[in-house]
Design a protein around this ligand. Sequence first.
Ligand SMILES: Nc1ncnc2c1ncn2[C@@H]1O[C@H](COP(=O)(O)OP(=O)(O)OP(=O)(O)O)[C@@H](O)[C@H]1O
Ligand SMILES: [Mg+2]
Length: 414
Amino acid sequence: MKSERPVVVGIDIGTTKICTLVGREEVSGQLQILGVGIEPAQGIKKGVIVDLAAASQAVKRSIERAERTSGMEINAALVSVAGAQVSSTNSRGVVGVSGRVIDQEDILRAIESARAIPIPHNREILHVIHRGFTVDGQEGIRMPVGMHGYRLEVETHIITVSASSTENLRQCVSFSGVEVSQFVLNPLAAAEVALTEAERQMGVLLCDIGGGTTDLALYSEGDVWYTAVLAVGGNHITSDIAQGLHLPTSQAEQIKIQHGHAIQSEVDKREMFVIKPFGENEAVEISRAELADIIEARVEEIFTLVLQELKRSGYDGLLPAGVVLTGGSSLLPGMRTMAHRVLGVPVRIARPEGLLGMADRLNSPAFATSVGLLKWAYLYNEFLPLEPKKGSFGPTKSHQAWEVMKEWLRRLLP
Ligand SMILES: Nc1ncnc2c1ncn2[C@@H]1O[C@H](COP(=O)(O)OP(=O)(O)OP(=O)(O)O)[C@@H](O)[C@H]1O
Ligand SMILES: [Mg+2]
């Protein structure tokens, strides 16, 4: 019988919420959620820490809650990364093999050569994703180990992030005595929950619209081809409502969730609700269509920015499987329609499914990244001890990160 799999921990540090999850993969392949800690975020703007003390306290509350609900002590976790400091590029690595059989070390050398791109000293490599090899000019080889050849090339997607933003995240988590075992780019974690293998093969865009950021990851032929983080999200919709209707942000957020719609023409013009704007003693009635008008402009803008990114990636018109939306803002009625209208491809909304245990609150597109972190841990064999571990992972420097990555690759390669 297969033995029980190790317990893993993910901390999704979002602009509006911090979500710590403790989970374990069952023999059936389903995720059992053992502990949940969801807390409102503080000190984070557009996915980036702007107040370390406030953010650390919020993260602490989330971790403590996950510890209480799981009855376990958390010492290490995977942590999500987003924000404007993320950027990505494609790079090709080439090495000579001199006619012998290609082995693991050749693959690592090829990937190492792809990594040798100039990176400013204040940035570090977050992920190196290899997606296909070429042996002696023969393209599209998925795994060349065991083949003969003279020249091995690898195509990679390299994601870098500002070293200070990961350092701040690391500090924020270590305030609770928790070590970061790996950072994972938000949309890559969400994709593990949201996308099917068929979609990834066909060509699909994962689009996670959260509070402060819209995170994109484009997959084709099974691999990641493009990633981007846009600094817009649901909070911008809320602040447009607050400004347009002269409301405090908290009230604007509440009416967005209660009455909001992304398509004005789909709302009945006679539908009214009451608000209490600044400078008014009495509550005033406004129509739902007026609210939708404000929201529609911003949502259209968000998807137009997504379209621009798609064009930049060179993949627009090449997404047979369309777009899959996650993130809390995809709950806004009309989002699917607007996405389809602007992007012109099929659109669906995804949420974590098939979870066991404490999964009630996680059944929302807002938790795709949080649950995705747990899946990522198993995918990369990244088992996190719940006791402190000597010499554990923690890619503080780019070189160290590469050493960790090499170790994973060794394990993954045949
Ligand atoms: N029912 C709803 N209708 C409209 N918007 C919603 C709804 N529920 C949540 N949202 C919006 O979703 C956003 C939060 O989404 P999410 O939890 O995915 O963000 P986050 O992970 O904290 O932030 P980010 O990933 O951008 O850093 C908020 O702007 C919130 O207003
Ligand atoms: Mg998020």
